[in-house]
Design a protein around this ligand. Structure first.
Ligand code: SF4
Length: 354
């Protein structure tokens, strides 16, 4: 099976490395758009909603991108040559009414489209749009049955059954759109990892990505939390990996959590590859800094995304954001930043001695 996840995807974009060398801004490869902050679930680990995490301390749950603004963003993304768009939260993106139309517009223009979702609304017109135009969808869950789903998300009983129905209906279409599941591991579900992977494989999903819940801003508190169940989780993952075959994969990101906190570098090269547009019509550095003052690049409420992105204001902001001071918290792009910074630090006279 071709590989879907890697920290080395940036190697395909040599022009961006050159731009970084010259401190120039080029169009991002990938834009994450958060259409709305409303969500119909209330997950215990949702970094945008719990008080003790860095993410989202400036979130307004009422915000959503007006439809006309979203059309303008889609126009810009296409005109700028952005390669991929992922819709994500904030809130639940599949509840955003204009989404099917946006997915189709992007897909027709050749932009790859994806979404993170809780899966509750993966049906009807939006499922149709992704089945036809989407590259991937990833359903996030942490439950193994109706009771556990209701408990961890503050929702009614029966929703896990409904989620599985949605997943089965989507995979039964035989669409090219890859359907994956992100399973977030904490104390309550540590003994159920294999069971959920089996369930999702039987429902026809392409892969299950396993990650540890981020429960604190600092590394030690996270590691203390996960250490208590680490032996159980390790054994569960070993069993789950036995389910892998040519149609189903386990993507294990569980043990990476320890390495994502400390930063010694003073610029963030990944800002040129991926950016985030929030439901408040502001552009943020990345998904780990959305809705935070330290992650704000600038507002596009009164100007277009394209106009802002290529502004001197944005260039200055991108090259002055210092992760060694501003990002001493979880960072999903840390491994990529380490690799890109190593490439940028190479002595050109020696780089050819490969
Ligand atoms: S270092 Fe990580 S957390 Fe900080 S801006 Fe860059 S990608 Fe975001």
């Amino acid at each position: 099976m071709a590989r879907l996840y890697s920290n080395l995807k940036f190697l395909r974009y040599a022009g961006h490395i050159e731009a970084l060398r010259h401190r120039e801004v080029v169009a991002p490869v990938h834009v994450r758009i958060k259409p709305m902050n409303h969500c119909n679930h209330s997950c215990w680990y949702c970094a945008y909603r719990v008080d003790n995490l860095q993410l989202g301390d400036g979130i307004d749950l009422k915000d959503q991108i007006p439809a006309a603004k979203m059309h303008e963003i889609v126009d810009d993304v296409i005109a700028m040559g952005v390669q991929a768009v992922t819709f994500s939260g904030g809130g639940e993106p599949l509840l955003y009414k204009p989404l099917p139309q946006m997915v189709e517009r992007l897909g027709r223009a050749g932009v790859r489209v994806a979404s993170l979702t809780n899966g509750s609304n993966l049906r009807g017109a939006v499922a149709e749009a992704f089945a036809q135009w989407g590259t991937w969808i990833r359903v996030s869950t942490d439950a193994w049955d109706d009771e556990s789903f209701a408990r961890s998300r503050g929702i009614a009983l029966g929703q896990f059954t409904r989620l599985l129905d949605n997943i089965r209906a989507f995979t039964a279409r035989g669409s090219k759109c890859v359907l994956g599941v992100s399973f977030i591991i904490g104390h309550d579900n540590a003994e159920h990892v294999y069971e959920v992977c089996r369930l999702m494989k039987d429902a026809g999903v392409d892969h299950v990505k396993l990650s540890g819940a981020v429960v604190a801003n600092d590394r030690d508190a996270n590691n203390d939390y996960h250490r208590r169940v680490a032996a159980t989780v390790t054994e569960q993952i070993r069993l789950a990996q036995g389910l892998s075959d040519d149609k189903f994969t386990i993507v294990n990101h569980y043990h990476e959590l320890e390495e994502l906190f400390d930063k010694t570098y003073t610029t963030c090269p990944f800002l040129l590859f991926l950016t985030v547009i929030g439901a408040d019509c502001s552009v943020y550095a990345c998904q780990d800094k959305a809705y935070t003052a330290s992650g704000l690049l600038g507002s596009i409420r009164d100007r277009s995304f394209r106009e802002f992105w290529f502004s001197e204001e944005n260039r200055r902001r991108i090259f002055s954001l210092d992760p060694s001071r501003a990002c001493l918290h979880h960072c999903i792009s840390h491994g990529k930043n380490l690799a890109i910074n190593e490439v940028l630090a190479l002595d050109p006279d020696h780089a050819c001695f490969v």
